[in-house]
Design a protein around this ligand. Structure first.
Ligand SMILES: C[S@@+](CC[C@H](N)C(=O)[O-])C[C@H]1O[C@@H](n2cnc3c(N)ncnc32)[C@H](O)[C@@H]1O
Length: 188
């Protein structure tokens, strides 16, 4: 298959493919319709574990159905809970944490991620990462709350100690101001 440099989501998936190995423990902080949760279940394999969070029951149900159909539900722990409570449910080091910010595609646009809770969850994620583990975040500045969240996230990640974390910010410069952006952080 040929390589295509085409979207924030594509870049995020590419990083996860490199960073996650069979048997790993990982977190999907924004389950949504379960596409990322399924992808992570496939990467961690039969002996791995995926912890996934969403505040909407609808998202949990949709993800459960997707994982059941793919025969990988036993690899996941699905929580109808805000990701800001991640540390209360995940009690072991993880090799990756994924955030796909914003709202549920096809759902209620008022139920979106907000920086105040995202910040707490990102702090938990950074603590949970094992050495060389990665935090991957796709942000959507094309709407007002998403723009605020992207700006605050950029400031927060820019201030991380370079002795502890490598921080990458990828955006497509010619795709317009609202185009999705990808952030990746690796723990040293
Ligand atoms: C862009 S969607 C995620 C898409 C998903 N990764 C997928 O593969 O289908 C963002 C999700 O974040 C959820 N969300 C909003 N606030 C949240 C919070 N505090 N904790 C966890 N999930 C939250 C929304 O309900 C929505 O389903």
């Amino acid at each position: 298959m040929s390589y295509e440099l085409r979207s924030a989501r594509y870049l995020a998936a590419d990083i996860l493919r490199q960073a996650v190995a069979p048997g790993d423990r990982v977190v999907d902080a924004t389950m949504g319709n379960g596409h990322d949760t399924l992808f992570l279940c496939q990467l961690v394999g039969e002996k791995g574990r995926v912890y996934a969070f969403d505040v909407q029951e609808k998202a949990v149900e949709s993800t459960k159905k997707r994982l059941e159909e793919a025969g990988v539900l036993s690899r996941a722990a699905l929580f109808c809970l805000g990701h800001e409570q991640m540390a209360e449910k995940v009690k072991e080091p993880v090799s990756a944490v994924v955030f796909n910010l914003g709202w549920l595609p096809g759902g209620d646009h008022t139920v979106t991620t907000h920086w105040e809770t995202t910040e707490k969850a990102v702090e938990s994620a950074l603590s949970l990462l094992k050495p060389l583990g990665v935090l991957v975040i796709c942000a959507y500045p094309g709407h007002a709350e998403g723009d605020r969240e992207r700006s605050a996230l950029t400031a927060f990640l820019s201030a991380l100690a370079p002795q502890r974390f490598n921080v990458l910010h990828q955006k497509f410069l010619n795709a317009g101001p609202g185009a999705p952006e990808c952030f990746a952080v690796q723990k040293q």
